[in-house]
Design a protein around this ligand. Structure first.
Ligand code: ADP
Ligand code: MG
Length: 344
């Protein structure tokens, strides 16, 4: 779609819209330490702790398709995407509220499945369901979750703390969730064309699981604690690596250079992207929904991450004037562009 045929919201994008709507709001309470602009809001409380608060909404047809998303997985995923924002602040989630918009035609049994997934996630992440809201919806299922977490005041990682020469590090691997979605979409297309053909999902289990039931990286936060490590900045990867790098760069007033050959891409993701005619680097950079943690570390912490199989050092922070660069194996640099996850 060309710029002049796009509607207003499409032109400014999700972040432009949030900025447009919230620009005039100022924080007036001393307890509001951090408002809009990070993975969670930070609220001061007595003693050495702070409260963390975040909300994420999943909308049928935008974030999930019930033709291949089992409701139990949807429940689990809705909690994962929320608690991931608490881990992204180096915090621990403790409570959630769940609000539903649902058609009265929806079977109660199906909603119980959704809640079975929410319960499994509450147990996995050790969070308590403490409330919510229920209303009717005429345009599909809506699951909106808010999460409350806690962190030590001195231990919170904001998006804004990266300094020049810091290492840029990512947990796990990238692109798997996006490729899982492409496989599900391919098989849905085949099935729609001929309902007698069974979907071919065997062998793609790991990719599909990453899409349908992602696990937020609570284990990474425990590893940081064991290593006595605090990231200088951190964000979780929901919209895609490139987009999140740009958020860290903007908040930290720096730039990043990353190396394409350092991007962690699983063997299965490379094979599947080849099969689908996709570029595995593009999937890793712009796929999104990885729910890995992207963070920066002071150079003095290099030894903690060098040869650590849980992490990949993908680049480093530079002066803002350098711009965000992607350096390929021939040492040529291109400007990093973010596709992001386009809702609009
Ligand atoms: P994340 O991807 O980590 O969930 P988002 O990109 O959704 O974060 O949101 C970025 C920031 O904008 C967050 O601080 C979030 O609380 C805030 N935000 C998003 N939507 C709204 C809104 N409609 N009104 C006010 N703040 C919003
Ligand atoms: Mg986030």
């Amino acid at each position: 779609m060309s710029e002049n045929t796009k509607n207003e919201i499409e032109s400014i994008g999700e972040f432009g819209l949030i900025d447009e709507l919230t620009r005039e709001f100022k924080l007036t309470n001393d307890s509001s330490v951090k408002g809009i602009g990070d993975d969670c809001a930070v609220i001061s409380s007595e003693g050495e702790h702070c409260k963390l608060l975040s909300a994420d909404m999943l909308v049928e047809g935008v974030h999930f398709n019930l033709s291949y998303m089992p409701l139990k997985s949807l429940g689990f995923k809705a909690v994962s995407v929320n608690v991931s924002d608490v881990y992204a602040m180096n915090g621990k989630p403790e409570q959630i509220t769940v609000s539903l918009g649902v058609s009265s035609k929806f079977p109660v049994e199906a909603l119980k499945e959704l809640y079975a997934g929410i319960k499994a996630a509450c147990e996995f992440y050790s969070v308590d369901l403490i409330g919510g809201d229920t209303t009717s919806s005429y345009s599909g299922l809506i699951v909106s979750i808010s999460v409350l977490g806690v962190a030590d005041k001195t231990n919170i990682s904001f998006r804004s703390g990266a300094k020049e020469n810091d290492l840029l590090i990512v947990s796990g691997d990238l692109g798997s969730s996006y490729l899982g979605l492409q496989i599900l979409e391919r098989e849905k297309g085949v099935f729609n064309a001929n309902p007698n053909i069974q979907p071919k999902l065997d062998g793609y289990d790991e990719l599909i699981k990453r899409q349908l039931q992602p696990i937020a990286r609570k284990d990474v936060i425990s590893m940081f604690e064991e290593m006595s490590f605090k990231p200088t900045s951190m964000i979780d990867i929901s919209d895609g690596l490139a987009s999140e790098i740009m958020h860290l760069a903007k908040s930290s007033e720096c730039s990043f250079s990353i190396y394409s050959d350092k991007l962690p891409i699983a063997e299965k993701s490379i094979l599947t992207s080849e099969e689908l005619g996709l570029d595995p680097f593009v999937c890793a950079l712009n796929g999104g929904e990885d729910y890995e943690l992207l963070f920066t570390a002071d150079q003095k912490d290099f030894e903690k991450f060098k040869n650590n199989p849980n992490f990949s050092i993908i680049g480093f922070a530079t002066d803002k004037s350098n711009g965000n660069l992607l350096i390929d194996k021939n040492d040529s640099a291109v400007t990093l562009n973010a596709q992001g996850w386009r809702h609009f």
